[in-house]
Ligand binder design. Sequence first.
Ligand code: NAX
Length: 331
Amino acid sequence: AKEPVRVLVTGAAGQIGYALVPMVARGIMLGPDQPVILHMLDIPPAAEALNGVKMELVDAAFPLLKGVVATTDVVEACTGVNIAVMVGGFPRKEGMERKDVMSKNVSIYKSQASALEKHAAANCKVLVVANPANTNALILKEFAPSIPEKNITCLTRLDHNRALGQISERLNVQVSDVKNVIIWGNHSSTQYPDVCHATVKTPSGEKPARELVANDEWVNGEFISTVQQRGAAIIKARKLSSALSAASSACDHIRDWVLGTPEGTWVSMGVYSDGSYNVPAGLIYSFPVTCRNGEWTIVQGLSIDAFSRKKLDLTAEELTDEKALAYSCLS
Ligand code: NAX
């Protein structure tokens, strides 16, 4: 039997946490034969609710779940973890300045970075979900210098999956037959959902999605804005932000990272930029990646037309600004 993997979920008493922990315990993140020990962190005001989640995990009698640590102590939460999914953060409240929200999250991610660096298992893989996800991940990277930068990522897989969903609805095809969309840049409304390289499996072979849609106005307009604004549309409809889709996408992100992407398929991940596609190095930016042996690699050599170029640069500019704002909160 396999040794259990320790998975940390921060913000575990929140709504994404509540959707995510049962998925982890059921093997959706790491596979149906991989036992897990869940580490759940939240802050003291949520301690009782967190304990309630722990009670429900016990009640669900998940065969793969070999233990649960539910705590408000960051060191206890981080000790020995192999995977860390960072969902906890300070939400933007009405009337709050961008700088104030950033400052709260910078201090959270700075201290959690140190705890992970000192207490997590060697080679721990980190996924930041909490917003501003890319910049929180960058702060975490800066303050956990002994964790390899390749191990620190942020979630844009939800946006990627939303793009697949929109194409499948538009073409009336199975979502599993659509692949290789790309989310470039920030997990924000400046992200660029790109279909230029996406394909669809048809009875007569794989076809470019763009050709099948045959409507550039939709591809360059409504499609992009629908994916960019999907989070807001969910809030409007549910009066709550995306939770089950965020949790499911977080599982997809980690599963593909650890177990590998299928041959010929790439996914989108927010990763530390090495300057590929002329994106400034030193940002956490969403790129198309393939994964093998637990490591991601940016897909190289894709053609970028003038329309796409502008969009890649715009979202990079926003991330450069966010980085400067985050650094200004440190001093
Ligand atoms: P909730 O407010 O329901 O839950 C957040 C939880 O984090 C709360 O239980 C809170 O007590 C806890 N928390 C706050 N500070 C903490 C700290 N220092 N340490 C540990 N826990 C702490 O929010 P939820 O809807 O679950 O969303 C969580 C985060 O995900 C938000 O930042 C949200 O903006 C972000 N999202 C990111 C997405 C992405 O694709 N990257 C999509 C979904 C989501 O909007």
